[in-house]
Design a binder for this molecule. Structure first.
Ligand code: ARG
Ligand code: ZN
Length: 420
């Protein structure tokens, strides 16, 4: 109760200053341990009701760690809350602004060094750079073709790239990335993968043989640009909510499967706002139309990967509620374990696999379950690097390593899909 009252007060006075770049001076990230149901429930209540004053970088789990970003003015209240509930915590990031500044410096340096306009994967690209990159791909190699699959709320074009070494429709893998704005590593990884396949197809015969790729490099483009220019921690879309000053909804709660179910909020000011209705967002509608269009044309999509960060998880269906498993769960799990070994073999990075709801928490309206429900055999949410040292603010120096290990996992998926 106390924490809520103070949080609302803070919200009220922070409302006026939507000008300039939002700063995170003195914001800390606590890694909180909830050991039992009571502690978890207490944390969950704060999570669902605090309207983004405390930003949960990861969602509450029992018996594990939950990363919570705490503004300096909330520190005492939150510590009191933790103490009252007997929860322990560790400070994981002592000043979020510091890691944002470091990331920006590394990014600016890399861009100054490379000089060229083409993306180089030692920095995070802006939307315009991703746009010219995808449009250049077909001129480099005709195995790539670009399609505009819609426009965003702020009228940016949404792109999908098909990469195929055959004129015939073959078994296919579809990838969506950057549904969440602040998860910059996901679009960087998607573009890296496209670039590798298009510029060095002979090195990737084991990936390209017999399989077509449909890749949406950045779907929440408005949110992505907003996170680049205004608020590094923005997650949602940027649509307007009638009757509210809070913008956007969580696009990964906006798909028409278990819409409004567990882990979703009806409050536009929270980070898990499901939106006014399923597919209310132009961006999710575009993905849905695109995928349904492909399925209607008998494109044999056998795997759907949704790129997120962070936590290093390979999340299997079902994700909408705990202890729910599709009939083919053994197949999902064996591919998951193969992917984990492949990932670890590249740079030693360890992932964890299991259903989205068992490993993390139940989520209604997510793209992974929606795709599984649409009949796609293998559906995965890939939560990329890291485990919270930098969280969403992954240094650009890790883009290539993250992408390389992800490519190793994609290779495993391709192998599996080929044998289906
Ligand atoms: N971090 C992702 C999210 O909150 C995880 C989604 C996993 N999928 C699921 N259906 N639980 O959207
Ligand atoms: Zn995400």
């Amino acid at each position: 109760k106390l924490i809520l009252a103070l949080s609302l007060a803070f919200l009220a006075c922070s409302h006026g200053k939507e000008v300039g770049i939002r700063r995170y001076d003195g914001y800390q990230v606590y890694s909180v341990t909830a050991q039992n149901k009571e502690q978890y429930q207490a944390l969950w209540d704060v999570y669902m009701n605090n309207e983004g004053v405390l930003d949960f970088w990861t969602d509450p789990v029992i018996g594990g760690k939950t990363d919570v970003m705490v503004p300096p003015e909330e520190e005492n209240v939150f510590k009191l809350f933790l103490a009252k509930n007997g929860m322990s915590y560790k400070v994981k990031v002592s000043n979020v602004q510091e890691i944002i500044d470091e990331e920006k410096a590394a990014n600016d340096q890399a861009k100054a060094r490379s000089g060229s306009k083409r993306i180089s994967w030692d920095s995070y690209a802006r939307y315009a750079e991703i746009e010219s990159f995808v449009n250049e791909l077909p001129t480099i190699n005709s195995i790539a073709s670009v399609e505009t699959i819609g426009t965003s709320f702020e009228n940016r074009k949404l792109y999908a790239v098909k990469i195929s070494t055959s004129p015939n429709n073959r078994k296919a893998i579809l990838i969506d990335a950057n549904i969440h704005a602040r998860e910059w590593i996901t679009s960087a990884t998607a573009t890296w993968i496209m670039n590798e396949l298009v510029t060095k197809p002979s090195e990737y015969a084991d990936v390209l043989d017999g399989i077509d790729y449909y890749i949406i490099p950045s779907i929440n483009v408005d949110g992505y640009e907003y996170s680049q220019t205004t608020d590094r921690m923005w997650r949602k879309t940027r649509s307007q909510n009638p009757g509210s000053t809070c913008r956007g909804c969580d696009p990964n709660r906006n798909f028409p499967f278990k819409f409004g179910g567990e882990g979703t909020s009806a409050n536009p000011c929270t980070d898990t706002f499901k939106g006014p209705s399923a597919l209310s967002e132009k961006e999710t509608k575009a993905v849905s139309d695109y995928v349904n269009g492909l399925l209607a044309k008998d494109v044999n999509i056998l795997a759907y990967l949704s790129f997120h960060s962070y936590g290093q998880y390979w999340l299997l269906p079902w994700g909408y509620t705990a202890n729910a498993y599709p009939a083919d769960y053994a197949d999902q799990l064996s591919l998951g374990n193969a992917a984990l070994s492949a990932i670890q073999a590249v740079h030693g990075t360890r992932y964890v696999t299991g259903t989205g709801a068992d490993v993390l928490y139940g989520v209604g309206g997510a793209s992974d379950d929606w795709a599984k429900d649409a009949g796609i055999k293998y559906t995965v949410t890939v939560e990329m690097r890291d485990t919270g040292r930098y969280g969403f603010v992954l240094p650009p120096g890790q883009i290539v390593a993250n992408a390389e290990e992800t490519m190793a996992a994609v290779k495993e998926v391709a192998k599996r899909v080929r044998s289906e």
